[in-house]
Design a protein around this ligand. Structure first.
Ligand code: AMP
Ligand code: GLY
Length: 440
């Protein structure tokens, strides 16, 4: 099958590998020259991923049958609506269905209306003074979020990034003044627990789960620093996580099913991968956000171990014919991103990065190229995450060691990595944290 892929990051590279493995002919559009995607593509174009007309033109000329959309911004722009209009099946939601991610206010209003489990206290505002007045009255710490998209970097948490009520007010002012995210602010109750990602394939009605993953949003080791798109992630061989029970996972899955049902009732039938981000609290999983796509880096943990034909899964999501017959192998994975100096604050792009792919493979790991550019023989960093290394083995511990061995085969002076991801020490901290919360 001829498949169009949109996006040039690590998530799209692993998706391209999964399409390639299942015999698809790949036609790729992306904003950067990703060498991993280029080598698997029959044809590719480096384009603005928001240029719907150009992408539709490329799709028509190449005769693709189906499209896979990696990032959220083209979904918000209506790429699926446009591609469907010219007869291309899409494993991704329409502009309206993508609102589950592109408007945090829409998401909270939906789960409130349908009384879906896992909601938290929130209030959304499109007026700066009302938002500031609300902060004065609340009796709990808040999390300040621009309502619209910010590439995972707009959320600030009181007590972590905002150290006083004045800081909260100042950030609200900044969001409105600079129009961050475009559509106002949402103030949420700050909740405490351990975060996890439950992704699922969805065909409008049916929801089929992927293994659980834990991402690491903070830029620096020890979960410090600004929020990022995600510095790395791990998954366990039993498809749960070391701090969560099967029953808690089922609660999260039921929440996703309820959201998909609610979307259908609202007339926004949801086709494509859906991403639920939850905080496991002492009262069970609470909803942090939904994304209308696969997670990045989480896609690399799950697609690396997918056994079922990915092209077939995507076609079934697009056409409403998903079945439960989707299998992942029982291996643990640890993914660490190599990111440019300054990532999360002020990234420094354009530095050469040297990769020894054989060394990485011999270490029991896989490389996925992300926001890098192949320029002749040179590979150059850009402003976002550069390269992901995924260690795979029977246990998280060995997968982590494989990942670290492989990282030695990526050479660049102007990058950093969160080496603590997937280590025994950090995982034990997560387990102990959850035990403490459960015993209160
Ligand atoms: P988001 O972009 O919504 O995923 O938020 C980024 C990060 O902020 C999350 O991964 C959490 O660590 C934190 N966060 C978001 N919402 C909340 C909340 N209501 N309570 C506590 N932490 C939160
Ligand atoms: N890993 C978080 C995201 O994909 O938004």
């Amino acid at each position: 099958m001829k498949v169009l892929t949109i996006g040039g990051g690590g998530r799209e590279h692993v998706a391209v590998e999964a399409f390639y493995k299942s015999g698809a002919e790949i036609y790729a559009v992306m904003k950067n020259a990703n060498p991993g995607i280029i080598r698997r593509s029959t044809k590719y174009a480096v384009v603005d991923e928001m240029d719907v007309d150009k992408i539709c033109d490329f799709a028509k000329k190449t005769g693709v049958v189906m499209a896979f959309i990696g990032p959220e911004a083209p979904l918000e722009k209506g790429i699926v609506d446009a591609l469907e209009k010219i007869g291309i099946k899409c494993a991704g939601p329409t502009k309206n269905a993508a609102k589950i991610e592109t408007s945090k206010a829409f998401m909270r209003d939906l789960i409130t209306k349908y009384e879906i489990n896992g909601n938290i206290k929130f209030a959304s505002f499109n007026n700066v003074n009302d938002a500031k007045a609300y902060v004065k009255d609340v009796d709990h710490e808040v999390v300040v979020k621009p309502v619209g998209l910010t590439g995972g970097k707009g959320v600030k948490v009181q007590g972590e990034h905002l150290h006083s009520p004045e800081d909260v007010v100042e950030y609200i002012d900044e969001i409105f003044k600079n129009n961050i995210g475009g559509t106002g602010v949402i103030l949420e109750e700050k909740i405490v627990g351990e975060e996890f990602t439950q992704m699922a394939f969805c065909d409008g009605k049916k929801v089929v789960p992927m293994p659980l993953v834990q991402d690491h949003k903070r830029a620096y080791e020890g979960d410090l620093g600004p929020n990022t798109g995600g510095m790395g992630s791990y998954s366990d061989s039993n498809h749960l996580l070391p701090f969560i029970t099967a029953s808690e996972r089922n609660t999260a899955l039921k929440i996703i099913q309820d959201v998909i049902d609610a979307m259908a009732k609202e007339g926004y039938s949801y086709h494509g991968p859906i991403y639920g981000q939850f905080m496991l609290t002492s009262e069970g999983p609470k909803i942090i956000e939904f994304n209308a796509r696969l997670g990045d880096p989480e896609a690399m943990n799950v697609l690396s171990i997918l056994e079922t034909d990915f092209t077939d899964i995507c076609y079934r999501m697009a056409t409403g014919s998903l079945n439960n017959n989707i299998k992942f192998c029982h291996k643990a994975t640890v993914c660490k991103y190599v990111v440019p100096e300054g990532y999360g604050v002020k990234p420094v792009p354009g530095k050469e990065i040297i990769v020894d792919e054989d060394g990485i493979k011999d270490s029991g790991a896989t490389i996925y190229y992300a926001n890098v550019n192949q320029k002749g023989k040179k590979l150059l960093t850009d402003t976002s995450r550069s390269i992901a290394i995924v260690g795979i083995d029977n246990s998280i511990d060995v997968a982590e060691q494989n990942c670290e061995k492989a990282l030695k085969f990526v050479k660049c002076n102007n990058v950093f990595v969160r080496h603590d991801i997937g280590t025994k020490k950090l995982i034990q901290r997560r387990i102990t944290h959850m035990q403490q919360l459960r015993s209160i």
